[in-house]
Write a protein that binds this ligand. Structure first.
Ligand SMILES: Nc1ncnc2c1ncn2[C@@H]1O[C@H](COP(=O)(O)OP(=O)(O)O)[C@@H](O)[C@H]1O
Ligand SMILES: O=C(OP(=O)(O)O)[C@H](O)COP(=O)(O)O
Length: 457
């Protein structure tokens, strides 16, 4: 406990320090970034990018990603700033049809309702004209009325619609430039607190060219912790599973070089199995199989991928129906064979010698993994969490929106304990941590580079 002395020199209290709070001086030493604490916020409109990507079918499954941004919001408001918040939800842009699907299932409304309950302040979500296929083309000038009310403290904050509903968010040309200029025109300062949103889009990257930009408190915390994954105690085991094959296969081939063992699951594992054994599995794209071949080649030489043999095949992705799913074994795979959907890892796989040995002997485990097609096929993920927890010597890092959601829903008690256990750290972004491992440096993230460049200008 450090005594607290008032300006007049009288000691009237003490400060509590449990040694776990990140000190501003530590952050300064570790990160040469423009920090929120350095920004002049008095009466400034602050455009705050967060990763509140926690909504599935209109409902919040795990509030964690919202909760960790509350300190930044409080800091901004306490220092006189006025908040305009923005986040993406889901992936409304369809790469095949090149259209943006605006669905209420992916609106920010559930997040706004949660924030209002938590903070007891009113947010307003501006309404903009939408198009059928291109999403929202422009931020209407009508928003200026809201910004005026925000400055006059008639409203607590503005929460923009899902950033990925805007045509410019993921664009690379004219629509991007227009959107960024419109965003920049709304505010005086930009704060990026969206560690999980590593993709360099308008609201995460390009905006920093036009506004003085700073790293928020959650971003700082995460960037400081991610160092530990870059200098792991060995053996270092990474478990990567889930659905986002397109953005995760790139980092995976480089991550392969830094880990001692790699465990794969989900669509990523399915793709790998197709590439290795010449089988066909429902939902796996031919172009992705080509990308996975490099991983297969590497592993023939270095043998780091720990295969899980017992898997669950389902005839349908509509649900889990009696008689329509079964356990299959990789040992029976032969070139040309076709499987419907492989939707989970059978828990017995985690009891097999190689997997058990890898997870029990690990000193560092990084998990960005939902092993099965949720919510129906959850047994594999549940078993994985248990086996990892049974290793008392390992530093355990979990990261990823769905990874945390699954962890919380399958093991609520363990999840709650993990939040307060020094052997665990939960990152808000899984893809981001993979990207950092790929780059070998948190400063290698495009979104972080943009903040650095803003500092230099
Ligand atoms: N075999 C599978 N087939 C289809 N979807 C899967 C499969 N395994 C996992 N998934 C899905 O992957 C999603 C999680 O993947 P991803 O978004 O990459 O994870 P995270 O958000 O933790 O980074 C979950 O919604 C889960 O239902
Ligand atoms: O959920 C997220 O990442 P994650 O699934 O890697 O944790 C982030 O919100 C980033 O989403 P994106 O991968 O669609 O850019």
């Amino acid at each position: 406990m450090a005594p607290y002395t008032c300006e007049n020199g009288i000691g009237v209290g003490y400060c509590v320090d449990d040694g776990r709070e990140l000190q501003a001086s530590d952050v300064n030493t570790k990160l040469q970034l423009p920090l929120l604490q350095e920004a002049d916020l008095k009466d400034k409109v602050v455009l705050l990018r967060v990763d509140h990507n926690v909504v599935k079918k209109g409902k919040i499954l795990d509030q964690y990603r919202i909760d960790v941004t509350l300190p930044t919001m409080y800091n901004i408001v306490e220092r006189g700033g006025r908040l305009i918040i923005m986040s993406h939800i889901g992936r409304p842009y369809d790469k095949k049809t090149k259209t943006i699907n605006i669905s209420e299932d992916e609106s920010v409304d559930a997040v706004v309702a949660y924030l209002q309950r938590k903070m007891r302040i009113r947010f307003v979500v501006p309404k903009f004209r939408t198009t059928d296929k291109e999403g929202i083309l422009d931020i209407d000038t009508s928003i200026n009325w809201l910004v005026k009310d925000l400055r006059n403290r008639k409203i607590g904050g503005i929460y923009l619609p899902n950033t990925r509903w805007f045509a410019g968010e993921e664009d690379k040309g004219e629509k991007l430039e227009r959107f960024v200029m419109q965003l920049a025109g709304l505010a005086d300062v930009f704060v990026n607190d969206a560690f999980g949103s590593w993709q360099p889009h308008a609201s995460t990257y390009h905006i920093s060219k036009y506004l003085p930009s700073y790293a928020g408190l959650c971003m700082q915390d995460e960037l400081c912790h991610v160092e530990a994954v870059l200098t792991p105690s060995r053996p270092f085991v990474a478990i990567v599973a889930g659905a986002k094959y397109d953005t995760k296969i790139g980092p995976l081939t480089k991550i392969y070089n830094t880990v001692d063992k790699l465990v794969l699951g989900g669509v990523i594992y399915n793709t790998y199995l197709c590439a290795k054994y010449g089988v066909k599995i429902g939902g796996v794209q031919d172009s992705d199989i080509e990308l996975a071949k490099e991983l297969v080649k590497k592993d023939r030489e270095q043998n780091k991928i720990v295969e899980m043999n017992a898997l669950v095949e389902s005839d349908t992705l509509e649900g889990k129906f009696e008689g329509q799913y079964r356990t299959i074994n990789v040992k029976d795979f032969a070139p040309g064979q076709t499987y419907k959907y492989i939707v989970d890892v059978d828990p017995v796989s985690f009891e097999s010698g190689d997997v058990m040995e890898a997870l029990n002997s690990a000193k560092t485990i990084f998990v960005n993994a939902v092993m099965g097609f949720m919510p129906h096929f959850w047994h594999g993920t549940s078993k994985m969490d248990e086996v990892i927890d049974n290793n008392p010597h390992a530093q355990k890092f979990f990261g990823g929106g769905d990874t945390l959601q699954a962890f919380k829903s399958l093991h609520p008690v363990l999840y709650q304990a993990a939040l307060d256990n020094v052997n665990y750290y939960l990152f808000t972004g899984g893809g981001t941590v993979l990207k950092v491992i790929e780059e070998g440096d948190p400063m290698g993230l495009e979104t972080v580079k943009a903040l650095m460049q803003s500092k230099e200008n």
